[in-house]
Design a protein around this ligand. Structure first.
Ligand code: ZN
Length: 294
């Protein structure tokens, strides 16, 4: 996301905060339900946990779409023009499409829910700034807590009459995330082998949260070269890695070739599942299971 865009978002959130404190009524939204648009299904789950049925959520990237190459349909553009808020998260298509959404619906508040989050590089787990940021911040329970807070703050600013509902929704969601984090932590704590191979590098933040090492096969959407592939094969063989993680909506041909080479099985994960808590539990269980050595 460009700097100019971030500044606009900060200004808009600032204005919202100001109008929420204004002593006389400006024009506050009093619809039956606030209409929200989000980029991916897990964000709709976050919004639902915070707001319950006070909002109606339009999801752009549906099941089976690839958020790295997605383009909105005309019908989705229509939903955008009826939305009061857009929660951006930093997936690739937003760079090209957020400015168009803003001109299609100038009244819509665009909020960057990755605000305040330190991104890691798409290449590896080292801290970085600027280009090549890893966008998969919704697959870290720790970072989802920050995103949920931003969602609650925004909805409260737009609709202060329902502040207590948003606060209660946020509190309950944060409690559930906290419990889940402990469960996940316990699954990994006794494991001495902590590496896993994944075709698409979607679990970089997750790996960082739990002290794991993600070995991606793709780098920034590119297929690995022969040399990199042979390094991965050697690493897998010497470490007895018997699982290759792949994901829905991505070709698993690569995964199968690699899996055949090292006699591994392919486990397909779904980073975009709506039922986020269940999905994170599944991801954690599969990754932990793959690390168990007899
Ligand atoms: Zn991805």
């Amino acid at each position: 996301m460009s700097i100019a865009y971030r500044i606009i978002i900060i200004l808009v959130v600032g204005l919202l905060a100001f109008s929420a404190c204004a002593p006389f009524e400006v024009e506050k939204i009093k619809p039956d339900r606030i209409s929200v648009s989000v980029s991916i299904p897990p964000q709709a789950y976050f919004v639902a946990r915070v707001a319950g049925d006070l909002v109606e959520t339009n999801i752009l990237v549906g099941a089976g779409d690839d958020p790295h190459s997605y383009e909105p349909t005309p019908r989705q553009m229509q939903s955008i023009s009826n939305s009061q808020v857009y929660f951006a998260i930093g997936v690739e298509f937003e760079d090209a499409w957020l400015p168009r959404f803003a001109s299609a619906n100038p009244g819509m508040v665009i909020v960057d829910t990755s605000a305040g989050i330190q991104h890691i590089s798409a290449n590896d787990a080292h801290d970085t700034e600027g280009e090549g940021e890893d966008p998969h911040i919704w697959l870290s329970p720790k970072l989802v807590k920050l995103q949920a807070q931003t969602i609650a703050d925004t909805l409260t600013a737009l609709d202060p009459d329902n502040q207590s509902t948003y606060q209660a929704g946020l509190d309950s969601f944060l409690d559930d995330i906290g419990r889940m984090e402990l469960e996940i932590y316990e699954q990994f704590t006794s494991l001495s082998f902590r590496k896993f191979i994944t075709i698409h590098p979607s679990l970089g933040y997750f790996a960082m949260d739990y002290g794991l090492e993600m070995i991606p096969v793709e780098m920034e959407g590119q297929e690995p070269g022969a040399e990199e592939l042979s390094k991965i094969i050697t690493l897998a063989k010497t470490n007895g890695i018997s699982v290759i993680f792949s994901q829905k909506a991505f070709s698993s041909k690569n995964a199968q070739v690699l899996a055949d080479e090292i006699s591994a099985r392919v486990v397909v994960l779904d980073p975009l599942a709506y039922e986020w808590i269940n999905n994170m539990q599944t991801i954690a269980r599969e990754v932990a299971t793959s690390m168990i050595r007899n």
